[in-house]
Design a protein around this ligand. Sequence first.
Ligand SMILES: NC(=O)c1ccc[n+]([C@@H]2O[C@H](COP(=O)([O-])OP(=O)(O)OC[C@H]3O[C@@H](n4cnc5c(N)ncnc54)[C@H](OP(=O)(O)O)[C@@H]3O)[C@@H](O)[C@H]2O)c1
Length: 277
Amino acid sequence: MRVLLFGGTGQLGSELLAQGTSKGWTIHAPSVDEVDIQNVEAIKRIIAGAPPDLIINAAGYHGLASAEREPQKALAINFIAVANIAILAQTYQIPFITYSTGYVFAGDKGDCYEEDDVPCPINAYGRSKYMGELLARRSAPQLATVIRTSVLFGGESFLLKILKKNKNKVKVSDEQIISPTYAKHLAAGTIQLIEKKAPAAIYHLVSEGACSLAYLAMETIKLSGSSTKIIPVNSRGYRKGVHRPLNSSLRNVRARSLGVMFPSWQGALKEYLKSLS
Ligand SMILES: NC(=O)c1ccc[n+]([C@@H]2O[C@H](COP(=O)([O-])OP(=O)(O)OC[C@H]3O[C@@H](n4cnc5c(N)ncnc54)[C@H](OP(=O)(O)O)[C@@H]3O)[C@@H](O)[C@H]2O)c1
């Protein structure tokens, strides 16, 4: 299978590149310097020159604070570029996968969000991702798949940064509920959906379970044997000028119905930390 992959140097994209290559796929993964996804003509040239069997977009803009300051930039990458790729996918009849986030939800549900829950983003990042979702699905309803996920770890993740800081104390938000997800498992789950020829739709793909950011940090510290103390803080979802959903945890209803299962986030975290040692 020939795959055109954007964002191949990122946390998720590098896993997709490694796992897809080991499956025997031929993956063309241009760097941002080679092809900026905002450059629709450059993407069109690649697709028209050698149409791939699948396009995956793992590129994205996810600076929460900078998205509030520069919403146009977040919209250009997370919305306009995604819509343009979906339109090309429709024109050339190529299946297309792109990624979104639990931040498309308002955060007031007292349970994990499922695929059919109604999005209502409360910040600029969430709005840009939601617009991308809508236009991807509407531009190529039979071909565009949107995979929503939540706080990724893997490679040089923020968890590793906490460990490397080697500080006595680190303050972490305790009020935001998330579904921490191992990027390696997200890539494997994506590949399973591809192999199962899952119909184009919105899918949630996260490790099983939910917890607060602070609890995730505490588990990381405990499992790694670090002496850093995590101080849970409650910022009521508002930090660095950004409102964050108090709950952005997700449940994989559709993928599970197709037999795509994820381990618990605790198991995934152990596997990730083991891979670092
Ligand atoms: N990380 C999370 O916690 C999280 C949570 C929910 C959803 N998601 C979504 O999951 C997807 C993958 O996230 P990730 O954490 O793997 O992202 P990441 O590590 O930040 O990687 C983003 C990738 O996109 C590339 N990129 C950025 N702007 C680009 C542009 N204009 N044109 C082409 N490439 C560009 C980056 O290249 P350079 O590195 O060279 O800049 C990098 O390869 C994104 O859609 C993200 O919104 C992530």
